[in-house]
Structure formats: structure tokens, C-alpha cells
Design a protein around this ligand. Structure first.
Ligand code: CTP
Ligand code: MG
Length: 234
């Protein structure tokens, strides 16, 4: 079983509003609870460490969910800083070469099958792995004037999702190295790539999307309502 880290210290500036997006309620539960349940209900996950903003006024103080431990720590200025803080807050039972999952608080629609595939394939890779989805749209490069300079080939291009699975110490070293070099990494894989490592891409479902704007929240509400209707029909 692996521990998971959930960076949840963001302010949700693109989403807007008074309540940070990870605390908006869908079907009676905050987004963060949906996300934690998606992880903790999986038999491959041992527990989670959640990184919270220092002035978080909404954290319900969970210590346990699905019968598994939920730990909290204070995150940092950037997502990478929050992940580093959570890596430090992992319990001592997590050894330096154990694999650890990192999953965005704002990605509540993670499916069990995708997590299973990531854990199985990532643990068999020397470096680790990330869930990702192939780019499906045609990609345009914009000029300064907003006109199209050209069309980019989309073969071999993937969108990085989470969870991402890496060994505790290697990931810590990679994130520290990026921080010390002043390089802003936007996911864990990018920090590992800087170290010359090549994480594995594991194709995951497109609907493991990140809630970034109000439209994304509507999409998640719709998916949850479909799931409820299906449950009632059974
Ligand atoms: N995150 C974090 N610590 C930060 C910034 C972000 O733990 N200093 C977390 C967010 O809470 C989120 C995940 O990283 O779960 C992905 O970040 P993003 O979607 O960008 O969320 P926000 O940073 O909150 O949103 P925005 O960029 O629009 O402000
Ligand atoms: Mg952000």
C-alpha cells in the first residue's frame, strides 16, 4: 500500500469567490472530501497527508476517512512547496524508497481503475509514473498579433494529470533541486525530468479533470448526479 499526498493549499484565484474551490460543496460534501474518498476507498492507498494553507478557515479537522489515517500539514507559496511540506510530514513508516502518490485536491473525479493501473505500472517502473491523457485537439501556435503562426503536431503530446507516483526520497530531492535553482515546476514529473529521469505515461480517463473554473464545477456536479441516478436505478 502507498501513502498519498494531496496539495490543497491553493487559493483558487482563477475560480474566484470567497470559498476556496476545494471546499465548495457537491452532493453534501466538499470537493476535498470527494477527492480524499476517491483515494482512500482504494485498497492500494494506506493514508493521506493533506497540505493546507496557513490561514485555512474551512478544514473540518478530519483524522480518518474510510477507516484510514488523514494527516494535515501547512503547505507553501507554490504547489511544489506544498508537496514538499507534505513529503516531510509523511509518517516514519514511509521509507525513503517507498512510492508515494501526489494528487491534486481539485481533481475529485479520479476513477479506481485508473489508480489501479497507475499503481501497478508505476511500481514496476524504475522511476515512477503519472496518469496522462493524449491531446485530442489540433494545436495552434499564436503570433504576437493573435494570428496563427502554425499548426503543431499533436502526436506524442500528452496532458499531465494526477496522481503521480514517485519514490519518497527521489521526489523530495528533485523538488528541492528545482526550488534551489529557482525553477517553477508545475508537476512532480517535471521535477524528476530535470534530474534526467523519464517517468512512465499511463493513459487515464479524460474526465479526471481539475476544477479550475466554475464551468468545471458544473461538469463535476453533473457527473455526480448521473452517478446518483445510476445508484438509485440499481
Ligand atoms: N496548491 C497547493 N499549494 C499552493 C498552490 C496550489 O497545495 N500554493 C494545490 C491546490 O489547492 C490544488 C492543486 O495544488 O489542489 C492544483 O492547483 P490549482 O488548480 O492551480 O489550484 P489553485 O492554485 O488553488 O488555483 P489558482 O491557480 O486558480 O489560484
Ligand atoms: Mg494554482
Amino acid at each position: 500500500m502507498s501513502w498519498a499526498i494531496v496539495p490543497a493549499a491553493g487559493k483558487g484565484t482563477r475560480f474566484g469567490g470567497d470559498v476556496p474551490k476545494q471546499y465548495l460543496v457537491v452532493d453534501g460534501l466538499p470537493i476535498l472530501a470527494h477527492t480524499l474518498h476517491a483515494l482512500l476507498s482504494h485498497p492500494g492507498v494506506r493514508g493521506v497527508v493533506v497540505a493546507l494553507s496557513a490561514d485555512d478557515a474551512h478544514w473540518p479537522g478530519w483524522h480518518e476517512m474510510d477507516g484510514k489515517p488523514v494527516l494535515a500539514c501547512v503547505g507553501g507559496e507554490s504547489r511544489a512547496d506544498s508537496v514538499l511540506a507534505a513529503l516531510e510530514a509523511l509518517p516514519a513508516e514511509v521509507r525513503v524508497d517507498d512510492f508515494v502518490l501526489v494528487h491534486d485536491a481539485a481533481r475529485p473525479n479520479l476513477h479506481h481503475d485508473d489508480l489501479t493501473a497507475l499503481l501497478e505500472r508505476g511500481r514496476n517502473d524504475p522511476v515512477g509514473a503519472i496518469l496522462a491523457a493524449p491531446v485530442r485537439d489540433t494545436l495552434k501556435r499564436a503570433g504576437d498579433d493573435g494570428g496563427i503562426d502554425g499548426t503543431e503536431p499533436r502526436e506524442r503530446l500528452w496532458r499531465a494529470l494526477t496522481p503521480q507516483l514517485f519514490r519518497r526520497l527521489q521526489l523530495t530531492r528533485a523538488l528541492e533541486s528545482a526550488r534551489d535553482a529557482g525553477v517553477a515546476v508545475t508537476d512532480e514529473a517535471m521535477a524528476m525530468e530535470r534530474q534526467g529521469m523519464r517517468p512512465l505515461l499511463v493513459e487515464g480517463d479524460d474526465d479526471n479533470f481539475k476544477i479550475t473554473t466554475p464551468g468545471d464545477l458544473v461538469r463535476f456536479q453533473y457527473l455526480v448526479s448521473l452517478r446518483l441516478q445510476e445508484g438509485q436505478r440499481r
